[in-house]
Design a protein around this ligand. Structure first.
Ligand code: ZN
Length: 397
């Protein structure tokens, strides 16, 4: 049990005397900031492409990373070119930085590295303290990106957003004592959920109902199939049953070892556990066992030792099933945004990164050097080479 669990899941005299006044101050400062933005004293900054905020209302991830991965796959499938921006981790005060699976967790943080691993390099990920600068840096490096997902930043009103999705872990434990930081785990009051465009309830464990004014904007996220993925070769999957007669060494962060081992026990696996401290940096000697057959890790821990992994390293992957209605909310908003010709004007060719010519009647975006016409299908520009029409030599542009 870490210190947060001791304080955030109960109410003691310490909460009332010491922490609650700080929580009140935190809440007031949030309200003041919102008011200053509403009155125009503080100004939010508009980024040239649509911004989708994905955040949780508590200090926990609550399933946010899984939702971001689902979202980038959705946007890619519709021909969009997403990018991910994030603050990374609190100690990261440096200038904007690109994250890849080769990045060091000590530099970019575990969460960013996990996102790079799970997204399989299908879109750029940039982190940094100033989200506006991070968004601008990503778009400079990747001008083909036409929508950005901000993996946090619900309260950072400086970054103008087009859509807010808040993830809520529906287990009672997630809300703790129901108090706002620092007395409890909430980063804002639960009434903030009413202002979001969509609330995604992650129903991994016991359910908790929330009072949202509009129940139609509540969507559900449920765990799907579980299977093992080889760390070195992520295309190599294995059924749980294939590991049942093998001897498995399990390495986990000590804060999560209890839950992970319970999960493996439920799957009837024969394991020997080795726990490591929080944010542990692995060295080669940590990962050598005499009777080694399988080393099994959580994805969050495995990304920290990618450079020391061999074919015996596996991770447990859990698919996520998300309410299909959420897709419509997101696409509807993006269709509205792409109705603006100014946004279509800034799109570039994903191949040569050059400007495109917007042909309104034909609903196409033309790249002159590549002689390709990218279709605008149902209001969404489909920026995929395989979907583009090759212009015949006689067709004038
Ligand atoms: Zn081109």
């Amino acid at each position: 049990m870490n210190w947060s669990e001791l304080y955030w899941y109960r109410i003691t005299p310490l909460h009332i005397i010491l922490l609650w006044p700080f929580s009140l101050f935190f809440r007031l400062s949030l309200a003041c900031k919102r008011l200053l933005y509403r009155l125009g004293v503080l100004h939010s900054i508009k980024i040239s492409v649509p911004i989708i905020i994905v955040d949780s209302i508590t200090v926990n991830d609550a399933g946010k990373t899984s939702l971001v991965i689902w979202l980038i796959n959705l946007l890619k499938a519709f021909g969009l070119r997403p990018g991910i921006i994030s603050r990374g981790y609190s100690e990261n005060y440096g200038s904007p930085l690109a994250v890849t699976i080769s990045s060091k967790s000590s530099v970019v943080g575990n969460k960013s590295l996990l996102m790079a691993y799970q997204s399989k390099g299908i879109c750029p990920i940039w982190i940094g303290h100033d989200r506006v600068k991070v968004a601008q840096a990503l778009l400079t490096a990747h001008p083909e990106c036409n929508v950005l997902i901000c993996d946090d930043g619900l309260q950072d009103l400086r970054l103008q957003r087009d859509l807010e999705i808040v993830v809520v872990d529906s287990s009672k434990q997630n809300f703790g004592n129901g108090l706002i930081l620092p007395a409890g785990p909430l980063r804002d009051s639960l009434s903030r959920l009413n202002k979001a465009d969509a609330v995604v309830m992650n129903e991994k464990s016991s359910k908790l109902s929330i009072n949202a004014e509009n129940q139609a904007k509540i969507f559900h996220m449920r765990p799907g199939n579980e299977y093992f993925v080889n760390l070195l070769n992520p295309n190599n999957h294995s059924e749980i049953s294939a590991f049942k007669d093998k001897f498995i060494h399990v390495i986990t962060d000590i804060n999560y070892s209890h839950d992970f081992l319970d999960q493996l026990k439920y799957l009837k696996l024969n394991v020997r556990s080795h726990s490591v401290i929080d944010n542990y940096q692995f060295i080669k000697e940590d990962l050598q066992f005499p009777d080694i057959e399988i080393i099994l890790m959580r994805e969050e821990d495995a990304v920290k030792c990618l450079d020391q992994a061999n074919e015996k390293f596996w991770v447990l992957h859990e698919e996520t099933a998300i309410d299909i209605r959420l897709r419509e909310i997101i696409l509807k908003k993006l269709r509205e945004k792409f109705m603006d010709p100014k946004l279509l004007d800034i799109l570039v060719c994903p191949l040569c990164k050059g400007p495109l010519i917007y042909k309104k009647n034909e609903k196409e975006l033309i790249c002159k050097p590549d002689r390709l016409a990218f279709p605008i299908r149902d209001g969404i520009p489909v920026m995929l080479e395989e979907e583009a029409r090759t212009l015949p030599a006689e067709e004038e542009i």
